[in-house]
Design a protein around this ligand. Structure first.
Ligand code: SF4
Length: 267
């Protein structure tokens, strides 16, 4: 069976019409998903049997433990989405529902899921992003924001995750902010961050919206004389009612991963 060496190997086999029948916004996005093992070549209806026979189905390959777990989680969430009234969830979640598709904004960009649980979006969907977003769609209580900002550890249900959050999110955000001059620029341009005017006593304060009802406040103080720099992340006091603490941790870790990659790319 022939193997793919990169996304372009898959792309070359496609119609390149961006018709979206595979529920991806472009043929290139579909090709990337096939190469990463998230989608199967057979999900493009224009792929001939001869090509499928030659290239097989990448999803049929034996998956590693984490890949298998991720596939299981996604299959379960997809089934739950099928059982959910997305139209009524859209009203609760601050999203829109049209053409059998619920659309919410993630970091200012559209993320859609249809009534069959298929995702379409221009953002890079990976294991740090997709499960928390689908859980948000399924289980968020949709509480209105109080605009009272609290650190993650002060959320009622965050106890089991607070230590990990400090290490995998806060410390990594701080490290990137300290070492990358493009950190705040990336947050504003790519994460659609909005500077906060009164700065919450920080030198720089920005709000991003990983999910419509899950804003995150990033506060940074520059180093001064003998004082180290300081970075803190805050959430609305409703955060763990609108998304379970475990998912807030996962999503925030995904953001840290993205910022690290961006810092390298823009260096
Ligand atoms: S269904 Fe096939 S041709 Fe259409 S967008 Fe998807 S990959 Fe491209």
């Amino acid at each position: 069976m022939t193997k793919f060496n990169n996304t372009m190997d898959v792309f070359k086999l496609l119609e390149k019409t961006n018709c979206r029948k595979c529920n991806k916004p472009t043929c290139l996005a579909f090709a990337a998903a096939v190469f990463q093992g998230q989608r199967s070549l057979s999900e493009c209806p224009f792929i001939g049997k001869d090509i499928l026979k030659a290239y097989g189905n990448k999803n049929d390959k034996k998956k590693s433990g984490p890949d298998r777990d991720y596939a299981k989680v996604m299959a379960r969430l997809k089934e739950n989405i099928k059982q959910t009234d997305l139209k009524s969830r859209a009203k609760i979640l601050g999203g829109k529902f049209s053409n059998n598709r619920l659309t919410i904004k993630i970091l200012g960009k559209d993320f859609s899921v249809d009534i069959k649980g298929e995702i379409s979006t221009d953002i890079h969907v990976n294991r740090w992003i997709a499960p928390p977003v689908l859980n948000y769609i399924l289980s968020s209580k949709g509480l209105a924001l109080t605009e009272k900002w609290v650190p993650f550890r002060e959320l009622e249900t965050s106890k089991d995750w607070a230590h990990f959050f400090e290490h995998q999110c806060v410390k990594r955000f701080k490290k990137i902010a300290d070492s990358s001059s493009s950190f705040f620029e990336n947050i504003i341009e790519i994460f659609n961050g909005k500077p906060v005017e009164n700065h919450y006593e920080a030198d720089i304060a920005l709000i991003i919206k990983p999910l419509p009802l899950l804003p995150m406040l990033i506060c940074y103080n520059n180093p001064e004389e003998e004082m180290e720099s300081d970075l803190n992340l805050f959430f609305d006091s409703t955060a763990d009612k609108n998304l379970p603490s475990a998912n807030i941790y996962t999503l925030s870790t995904g953001l840290a991963n993205m910022l690290e990659k961006l810092a390298i790319t823009h260096a």
